[in-house]
Design a protein around this ligand. Structure first.
Ligand SMILES: [Ca+2]
Length: 354
């Protein structure tokens, strides 16, 4: 999106002309007035203008209304898969029915260096909280159009996964609140573990009330100079909330964008409304250019920072009580046996002397 003349810019312009009429007779002042006006027009006044000032929408990687011929025509840049279907308002990956899988995948490999992906989505259903599932995911991966267990995509994927997990599979007492949005970088050997809700493989995440929201729900991925930022806007405030920020994340070029979803025993409607890809114009110093490194497998430079410390489960009160009780009983039995053996030994010794 390029800088545009917004409502508030026009407001500023009008107020400036209101203040300037006395200058109109003098040419030099007129020129100054015009110059300042142009400056005012060019200055972005909305946060969103700033967000997108140097950006450029890449239509070939974007999915937006109207979805003419999406997945059907040979000229479409996207393929549909499984239960995914197009309506005038959204691309529905799965309906609110059990055991469905659906996906939409870009046909064109992606080669931009600095980019931003803005996704508008909607997750909704009739199930009560925690009686819905399983969630959906946004992908930028080496492989495309693969069925599988990771929110409708293959496991041991290679590339980036943004996972919108709406069902807590793991122990409900752990520290995450659901729905939970997280980032995973697959290298072809890492497996996503649903039982722990991907806890061991996530690079970061946040709780976001993305289900049955009364507001439009968005997420934003910004990737530039090997830094990936994931932000969400789900509470109708029109502002991005930081969710994940990873530096030193290296992604090989030529991957595919996609979105997928799966339902199991529990279900939801998982809809994509739009996926808009913006090219970012980012200056690089010579030093930064030299630091760029071609990789063939995705990786994070300093992986140690993401190692999840798993705390040993502490003993519950009841377990502790029985452990102590059985230890005391065991010691008691040993003492009795010891005394009996000692008594016998002593008696035998006495008998030998007489
Ligand atoms: Ca889950």
């Amino acid at each position: 999106m390029v800088a545009t003349v917004t409502e508030s810019n026009l407001g500023l312009l009008r107020s400036f002309f209101f203040l300037c009429p006395m200058f109109h007779l003098k040419n030099i002042r007129k020129t100054t007035c015009l110059f300042l006006t142009v400056c005012l027009l060019m200055s972005p006044s909305l946060a969103e203008d700033q967000e997108f000032i140097d950006d450029f929408l890449k239509r070939e990687y974007s999915l937006a209304k109207p979805y003419r011929g999406l997945g059907l025509s040979s000229s479409s840049q996207w393929d549909l898969m499984g239960t995914a279907m197009v309506t005038p308002d959204h691309v529905r990956l799965t309906p609110d029915l059990q055991s469905r899988q659906g996906a939409v995948w870009s046909r064109i490999p992606f080669f931009e260096r600095d980019w931003e992906l803005k996704v508008q989505f909607k997750i909704h259903g009739v199930g009560k909280k925690n009686l819905n599932g399983d969630g959906m995911a946004i992908w930028l991966t080496k492989d495309r159009m693969q069925n599988g267990p990771v929110f409708g995509n293959m496991d041991q994927f290679v590339g980036l996964g943004i996972l919108l997990d709406t069902y807590p599979n793991a122990d409900k007492t752990h520290d995450k609140s659901f729905p939970y949005v997280s980032l995973m970088l697959g290298n072809g050997t890492l497996s996503y573990d649903h039982d722990s809700d991907g806890r061991h493989t996530e690079l970061g995440g946040c709780t976001a009330m993305v289900r049955n929201a009364i507001y439009d729900t968005f997420l934003l991925v910004r990737y530039s100079k090997n830094r990936l930022k994931l932000m969400v806007d789900v509470d109708g405030k029109q502002e991005w909330k930081d969710c994940v920020d990873v530096t030193g994340l290296r992604l090989p070029p030529g991957y595919f964008f996609g979105a997928s979803s799966a339902t199991g025993d529990l279900s939801d409607n998982h809809d994509i409304i739009s996926m808009k890809l913006y090219q970012l114009t980012i200056e690089r110093s010579l030093e930064e250019e030299q630091e760029e490194e071609d990789v063939t497998v995705p990786r994070v430079d300093d992986m140690d920072q993401f190692t999840v410390e798993i705390q040993e489960e502490s003993m519950s009160g009841v377990q502790f009580f029985f452990t102590v009780l059985f230890s005391i009983l065991g010691l008691g039995v040993l003492a009795v046996v010891g005394l009996v053996v000692y008594g016998r030994w002593k008696e035998n010794r006495r008998k030998r002397f007489y």
